[in-house]
Design a protein around this ligand. Structure first.
Ligand code: SF4
Length: 871
């Protein structure tokens, strides 16, 4: 592909909203804007989408295949992968091999990997990191509707008169959906928004009512609602009788567990008035959408929570029509596409499982399968347990970082280190998982490969390449196909293009048309020419052959009251509230909740490259209620250790009344590349939902204790320091975090051993290693007040700031924003030089303060001044 400037319409690679993006330019010099024609975002982008160009640098990319850390050619690497897998199958059988894939893969990548494992290796041991974010929604929807489908579309959230957002910080995790709801509410202030979440998150900014329920009590709340709907005669009896089954049992369970508003309020830890108001609004509002996400799914009773929500919509007949329905929002860009191809271990293909032997045979015939799997494989947590126990001897990990993101992550990492054969396909050279690999395969990244993704409203969109893949990086579907050929399956994997893969997937989706449980059907797209595939417009499945390939799909499902179950009726599921498997106890009295921050994505491999995305949240943090912090002697800015029975991690203390007492929150993103001991999943319990296998990432009993820092500090440097040496070089392998800043790197440091004399070590840290040996170290400015435990130094060259280091015995250090801004200056003028070691701007000059708006670099002080000037 040429590198000339042009505009390419593609899709954002981050969250499940699936925004359309227009990319203009060539190489690294591209600009992006929201695609006004894409129905998901209609031109909008969030901070992550807007900063996509910042993430395209080749720094840290894996560019060539490697075996045992040495560069090899593709032929050798592919041969080793094929030989390794074949050898394990021969010696130990197909169940000794596993693939662990990702919602980051494109549908075509996913399809080929799933086909190889389930049709040709004879095992279903392929699972995906989507298991961690939405498998409870999958199982809940299958139980209720007979198939894994989201009945509605994004427009329903704008058309609704009541939007209930439960278990989702929509404002940060799916910002464009949040913007759409916020705008609808601005235009129709009578529209109500209810947020159900133990934390008061930024999503509550548009809420008419916030229900900070006790963690894990969601089933009780929605059972209480079902019971209330019956008591107040708010049911749609016509819909119930004609189109559903199992209502009486579900209602009985609801009555048994949540008999009255006071009982529900008491059990959920909520004010009675709030519960009554929520129930009343729900009962009287026909156009109601209930949005749910990881806060519901990531639970040992996640599937029941999903069904408790769906029960309320079935009882009122509110789904499949404009402005109503239960709405699962997926975390990843192609979690839905992975579900469609069958990328979950308990799925086979095109939304069908292994229950029906005839279905398995038909898929086997379609694939001309050499060795067909006939039973479900191991789900993610069990899969890595099997690696730990040595039952799985070869694992191929694609586009994900399980050494960081799986619960009990230290055990997962140890399991990978001990595994006989670990193959990793990735874009990045150095991740916590690639460090465990025997064979590394360089994968093409966003902007370098072609394919499709499906967003949370069933909309299939194209991802299009706008730059050539660097080095020898290749698309994942190509890598898997080449290995398949070397395993002896050349004919079945003779794809010449990604469009070939898509056409086959689309054709397979029509094969089971008319079967019970069949919902996913894109057979109308199975005959697309290469040109038509290239030009494919966003389309919502089903897109059946009967409708013809020109149609734009189906915005809503079940509007006719027909469901893909054996009876054609939707199923109520009787659900009983269950306490979390591991409740808090005397040793671990707090409940750990994990989640995302606004501007970062997963394990920072992409967003960590962007300075503007790194300013909003620089460090991992543990957020506590003031009462919990006070009881533990923790103050704002201190460093704390979060401990559980499974592991430990360190993070900066934040104290917030928005946190529920007894609960703490830690973001999921940080890992060994960016921080010392900050992998929160090392702490998370490996308990899973018994049906979905989704881990309970929102509920781990922990204790938070003060990490006894003897000193705190930071380094700002124009050139990066070797990872980890920040604190090491200060004589203490304690706490360090690194973050990209504009024109510099920022290191936050702390140590547990008092620094007798910081000067020699500071000079070593920022005076060397920043330029070639023997070069002029430049000018050194230093301030040392041993009595106050304060040390500050800076190095300049030719009048330009190269680096500075600030050390204190207390966590209160100068704000970094003004100092970082000095790195943009070619020469520091006299007032700035004079003020440098104070850490504050010369009097009279403004300090922008902490950055609030990442897109435009607006600081808190600037914002305050602007507001004051308008007052
Ligand atoms: Fe990308 Fe999600 Fe932001 Fe849209 S909302 S721009 S898909 S991260």
């Amino acid at each position: 592909m040429g590198e000339s400037a042009r505009t390419v319409r593609t899709t954002c690679p981050y969250c499940g909203v699936g925004c359309g993006v227009e990319v203009t330019g060539a190489g690294d010099a591209v600009s992006v804007r929201g695609d006004k024609c894409h129905p998901a975002n209609l031109g909008r982008l969030c901070s992550k989408g807007a900063a996509l160009p910042d993430t395209l640098s080749l720094e840290g990319r894996l560019l060539y295949p490697e075996i045992a850390g040495k560069r090899v050619d593709w032929d050798m690497a592919l041969g080793e992968v094929a030989n390794g897998i074949a050898g394990v199958v021969e010696r130990h059988g197909p169940e000794a091999v596993a693939f662990y894939v990702s919602g980051q893969l494109l549908t075509e990548d996913y399809y080929v990997a799933n086909k190889l494992m389930k049709g040709f290796l004879g095992s279903a041991n392929i699972d995906t990191n989507s298991r961690l974010c939405m498998s409870s929604a999958v199982a809940g929807q299958q139980r209720a509707f007979g198939a894994d489908c989201v009945p509605g579309c994004y427009e329903d959230l704008e058309l609704a008169d009541l939007v209930v957002i439960t278990g989702s910080n929509l404002a940060w995790c799916h910002p464009v959906i949040y913007q759409r709801v916020a705008r609808a509410k601005r235009e129709r202030p009578e529209m109500k928004v209810v947020v159900v979440d133990p934390r008061r998150t930024p999503t509550c900014d548009i809420a008419d009512l916030h229900l900070p329920l006790a963690p894990g009590t969601d089933v009780l709340l929605f059972n209480g609602l079902l019971n209330y709907l019956r008591r107040t005669d708010a049911l749609d009896w016509g819909f119930l009788e004609e189109h559903t089954s199992g209502f009486a049992q579900a209602l009985q369970s609801a009555r048994d567990s949540a008999e009255s508003i006071p009982a529900v309020a008491n059990a959920c830890g909520l004010p009675e008035q709030s519960v009554a108001e929520f129930f009343h609004w729900f009962a009287r509002t026909q156009k109601t959408v209930t949005v749910f996400s990881q806060g519901v799914n990531q639970s040992s009773s996640g599937v029941d929570k999903v069904n408790a929500i769906i029960n309320c919509h079935l009882a009122t007949g509110r789904l499949g029509r404009p402005g109503m329905g239960p709405f699962s929002i997926t975390g990843q860009p192609n979690a839905m596409g992975g579900r469609e191809v069958g990328g979950l271990a308990n799925q086979l293909a095109v939304h069908h499982g292994f229950d029906d032997a005839a279905t398995v045979e038909r898929v086997a015939d379609f694939w001309h399968a050499a060795d067909m799997a006939r039973k479900p494989g191991l789900k993610a947590v069990d899969l890595f347990e099997a690696v730990a126990e040595g039952r799985i001897k070869a694992v191929w990990i694609m586009a994900t970082n399980p050494a960081v993101s799986l619960p009990d992550a230290d055990r997962v990492r140890a399991a990978l280190r001990a595994c006989e054969l670990v193959i990793v396909s990735d874009c990045e050279r150095d991740t916590d998982t690639t460090a465990c690999a025997d064979i590394l395969l360089p994968a093409a990244a966003w902007g370098e490969k072609q394919g499709t993704v499906t967003n949370s409203e069933r909309r299939i969109s194209r991802q299009r390449a706008f730059r050539a893949a660097p080095g020898e990086a290749r698309p994942d579907w190509w890598i898997v196909s080449e290995v398949s050929r070397r395993l002896g399956h050349a004919e079945a994997f003779a794809y010449e293009s990604v469009a070939d893969v898509f056409r086959e997937h689309a054709a397979l989706s029509g094969l089971l048309n008319g079967d019970v449980g069949h919902d996913f059907d894109i057979s109308a797209l199975s005959a697309l020419s290469d040109e038509e595939y290239d030009a494919l417009q966003p389309v919502q499945w089903p897109v059946t052959a009967a409708l013809g390939k020109g149609v734009r799909g189906s915005a809503r499902l079940f509007g006719d009251g027909h469901f893909p179950t054996t009876t054609g009726k939707a199923r109520f599921v009787a659900v009983t509230p269950r306490a979390p498997v591991n409740p808090p106890d005397r040793d671990y009295p707090l409940v750990l909740n994990t989640g995302r921050v606004r501007d970062h994505w997963h394990t920072l491999t992409r967003t960590g490259k962007s300075a503007r995305l790194s300013v909003h949240t620089v460090e991992p943090y543990v957020e506590l209620h003031p009462a919990d912090a006070g009881a533990r002697g923790l103050g704002e800015g201190m460093i704390a250790e979060v401990r559980s029975r499974w592991g430990r991690m360190c993070a900066r203390v934040r104290i917030a009344r928005t946190q529920r007492e007894g609960s703490v929150f830690v973001p999921m993103h940080w890992n060994d590349r960016f921080a010392a001991a900050a992998r929160v999943d090392a702490v998370v319990n490996p308990v899973t939902d018994p049906i979905s296998g989704q881990p309970e990432s929102k509920h781990t009993p922990v204790e938070v204790v003060r990490w006894q820092a003897a000193w705190y500090g930071f380094v700002l440097a124009r050139e990066p320091l070797p990872v980890g040496t920040g604190a090491d070089a200060m004589g203490d392998a304690g706490y360090w975090v690194r973050a990209r800043a504009d024109g510099a790197w920022r290191y936050e440091l702390a140590g547990t051993r008092a620094l007798e004399d910081p000067a020699p070590r500071a000079r070593e840290l920022i005076g060397t290693g920043l330029h070639e040996a023997g070069a002029d170290e430049g000018e050194w400015i230093e301030y040392n007040d041993a009595a106050q435990g304060r040390y500050r130094a800076a190095r300049l060259r030719g009048g330009r700031l190269e680096a500075c280091v600030f050390i204190e015995t207390r966590p209160q250090l100068p704000a970094r924003e003004w100092l970082l801004a000095l790195f943009a200056e070619q020469t520091l003028d006299e007032p700035n030089r004079m003020a440098l070691l104070s850490g504050c701007p010369p009097s009279g000059e403004g300090d922008a303060g902490r950055i609030i708006c990442s897109c435009f670099g607006v600081g808190l002080n600037t914002l305050r001044e602007a507001i004051a000037s308008e007052a």
